[in-house]
Design a protein around this ligand. Sequence first.
Ligand SMILES: Nc1ncnc2c1ncn2[C@@H]1O[C@H](COP(=O)(O)OP(=O)(O)OP(=O)(O)O)[C@@H](O)[C@H]1O
Length: 297
Amino acid sequence: MITCEGLVKIYKTDEVEVVALQGLNLTVERGEMMAIIGNSGSGKSTFMNILGGLDRPSAGTVRVGDWDLLKISDEQLVEYKRSTVGFVWQNNARNLLPYLTALENVEMPMMLGGKLDRAYAKQLLEWVGLKERMNNKLHQLSGGEQQRVAIAISLSNRPKLLLADEPTGSVDSATSDRIMDIFRTFNRELGVTIVIVTHDLELAGKVDRVVAIRDGLTSTEFIKRNPELDSAVYNTETVGRRTVKEEHEAYVVIDRAGRLQIPKEYLETLGIGNKASLEFDGEKIVIKAPKSLEGKV
Ligand SMILES: Nc1ncnc2c1ncn2[C@@H]1O[C@H](COP(=O)(O)OP(=O)(O)OP(=O)(O)O)[C@@H](O)[C@H]1O
């Protein structure tokens, strides 16, 4: 569904250039539900904005389905945003129309797209747990319920890719679990590919794969140990919330040129600067401080 190779994004402001993405590589399969984590400033939102067609890449390859987002024209970009991607942002509910019902709010983008499908609109509201409230006006719903209407709207035009940037940023843990379960329902029922940006490692335990971005590059991947196991089953009072570390296996990402990112704390502990000694014993590769430094750290 998504292929990125050597994706670069440079922001130019007056005299300063900021390299937000430094050659990011990432592939997301059709029907996958995955998360992106990373520190503030690591380039997560930049990446999501590029995938969503809100920002243009500077160089590299980025393909979503049949679309090449580096070469796409402005007219095609409008069509791409309308037909291929759906968005869930933290404050999505702000864009809803308060004097319309929940159902009318979900139907509105369908009407604008010329494809009203009431049965599907009702189905979406049922999936987000608002079956009984769909004929209530927006102002009669709580903030959390309004947010769920906004989540239903994100799929109203049947996008193939759903992008969620910190969708659970300002809610309590029970609500964020619920939102993740809604995403899982969408994913299972509609086969929609879902990419979620989050700071919350516990939430990341609810997805199949987590990719960590550091300094505008993918650094580590966590892949679910048992993808058949729906993590929702763990979400009970007795077992509690499981974390990405318990449920996923960690892998370091190696790019096509064979480069990998080694965590800074490992390098500091071993006193490795810009050179290391590399040994291959036929089974494993050992990275050590340069021979001249051995024993000095
Ligand atoms: N429009 C812009 N103009 C200039 N620099 C920008 C712009 N947008 C982002 N940047 C810079 O690009 C880098 C990556 O920012 P980005 O917002 O993608 O990070 P992030 O990982 O989403 O951070 P956060 O978790 O804090 O939202 C940062 O150094 C940021 O200052």
